[in-house]
Design a protein around this ligand. Structure first.
Ligand code: UD1
Length: 426
């Protein structure tokens, strides 16, 4: 357990330039895909965050060697000889189940502990299983471990996903690249991280078309023709959106670099609707605001809709807007835990099932608060930057999962922020 807290003094403006790291949600899957390369894959722009350390551990348990050189990972999967991912790792990070598809693609079998529930809803894996079963995978649950086999090999198929699940699309994609024949995934998730994964798979010799749209088509190739590759992870659109929310909150101007603005079209639209000026270039976005923040209604949806991973950061903006905003969470159940912490800082939020009615207030007050998940933690730190007085944010293990040097980057933008041992507060 991390025993540190972040201390922020409020009433500061975030301005200047910041570079985003590589996308966590991409890098984790690229690491899993390296299993199919059967040799040394080189991944660049990999963020220095704890989820990447956990995925390195998952791969090491399978028999891979993972060497980090700054933001580059060298992953050698030539000697992977185990197909089992234990509960102690899967329970710490649900994304561990993304090794299921590539293990099946390489070995025709896999054993992965069932992930169980998590703090942001039930997060089932039924759609992962439906997609893989259509490819010819048979599943058995054995003492909490999901055992996958392919009695008749993997064969191409046509699947229409019930919901464009990111994880289900990726697992199916990584298994289908070595299936015999043609696979079509309809109603596939369209997230930019899926396109990044498909680009890497194609660089390894796979034949994937349409990734980034709702129809992905895969021509299976023999496993022996897949080879390792060198690939650079796309920028993290959620980290970028988090800093943009900070700029919008405090006025900016704030520029994020290392991000394709097309990944954030909906978030940019909402920032403009809230009264911000937003300018974009090839790989940068600038936000500034001189007038008041306007209230806005937001509903989270699969990409290209508004991302659930920016819901807390934008609820914070709504909390300081001029009128009432309604925020609707359509992707995850129970993702409003952030609201309770924000209310401790003076926000006025009423929850009604998957809607949050946010009445803007004119200021927030610093308070001790706890990160309830990764994005909530990041948003609470931003709340502290704009609140009156001092805020201490606890349970940093959530923030450390997905934000590289969050404190350092915010300090470079002008925040009065430090990370201290919890003991020093007593
Ligand atoms: C990924 C991202 C996460 C992001 C989410 C939605 C990673 C590591 N995580 O999570 O940051 O918030 O996409 O953009 O990439 N569901 C089922 N059955 C399934 C699969 C999903 O019911 O088999 C439900 C989930 O419970 C959830 C919704 O579908 O309510 C979306 O899940 P999914 O798109 O699969 O998200 P993840 O891949 O888990």
């Amino acid at each position: 357990m991390n025993q540190e807290v972040i201390i922020v003094r409020g009433n500061h403006t975030l301005k200047g330039d910041v570079r985003v790291s590589g996308a966590k949600n991409s890098a984790l899957k690229l690491m899993a895909a390296s299993i199919l390369g059967q040799g040394e894959t080189i991944l660049h722009n990999v963020p220095l965050i704890s989820d990447i350390e956990l995925m390195s551990e998952v791969l090491a348990r399978l028999g891979a060697t993972v060497v980090r050189e700054g933001h580059t990972l060298r992953i050698n999967t030539a000697d992977v000889d185990s197909c089992e991912t234990p509960y102690e790792l899967v329970s710490k990070m649900r994304a561990s189940i993304s090794v299921l598809g590539p293990l099946i693609g390489r070995f025709g079998e896999a054993r992965v502990a069932m992930p169980g529930g998590c703090q942001i809803g039930a997060r089932k894996i039924d759609m992962h299983l439906v997609g893989l079963e259509a490819l010819g995978v048979a599943f058995d649950v054995d003492h909490g471990v999901l055992a996958a086999t392919t009695p008749n090999g993997l064969r191409g198929t046509h699947v229409y996903l019930e919901f464009p699940s990111v994880g289900a699309t990726e697992n199916m994609l990584m298994a289908a690249v070595t299936a015999e024949g043609h696979t079509a995934i309809e109603n596939a998730a369209c997230e930019p991280e899926i396109e990044d994964l498909a680009n890497m798979l194609n660089a390894m010799g796979a034949r994937v078309a349409g990734a980034g749209t709702s129809l992905i088509e895969i021509e299976g190739v023999p496993l022996s023709t897949l080879h390792p590759c060198e690939h650079t992870t796309v920028g993290d659109r959620i980290e970028a959106g988090t800093f943009l929310a900070g700029g919008a909150l405090t006025g900016g101007p704030l520029t994020v670099h290392g991000i394709d603005p097309a990944f954030l079209r909906m978030a940019i639209m909402k920032l403009r609707a809230m009264g911000c000026d937003v300018e974009t270039g090839d790989d940068w976005i600038t936000v500034r605001r001189e007038g008041p923040l306007f209230s806005v209604d937001i509903q989270t949806l699969p990409h290209p809709g508004f991302p659930t991973d920016l819901q807390a950061q934008f609820m914070l903006l709504a909390a300081l807007a001029d009128d009432v905003s309604v925020i609707t969470e359509n992707v995850f159940e129970n993702r409003f835990m952030f609201a309770a912490e924000l209310m401790r800082m003076g926000a006025d939020v009423t929850l009604d099932d998957h809607h949050a009615i946010v009445r803007g207030v004119d200021h927030l007050e610093g308070a001790p608060v706890s990160s309830t998940d990764l994005r909530a933690g990041a948003a609470l730190v931003l709340a502290g930057i704009v609140a009156d007085g001092e805020t201490s944010v606890h349970h940093l293990e959530h923030i450390d999962r997905g934000y590289e040097d969050y404190v350092g980057k915010l300090a470079s933008l002008g925040a009065d922020i430090r990370r201290v041992s919890a003991d020093s507060l007593r």
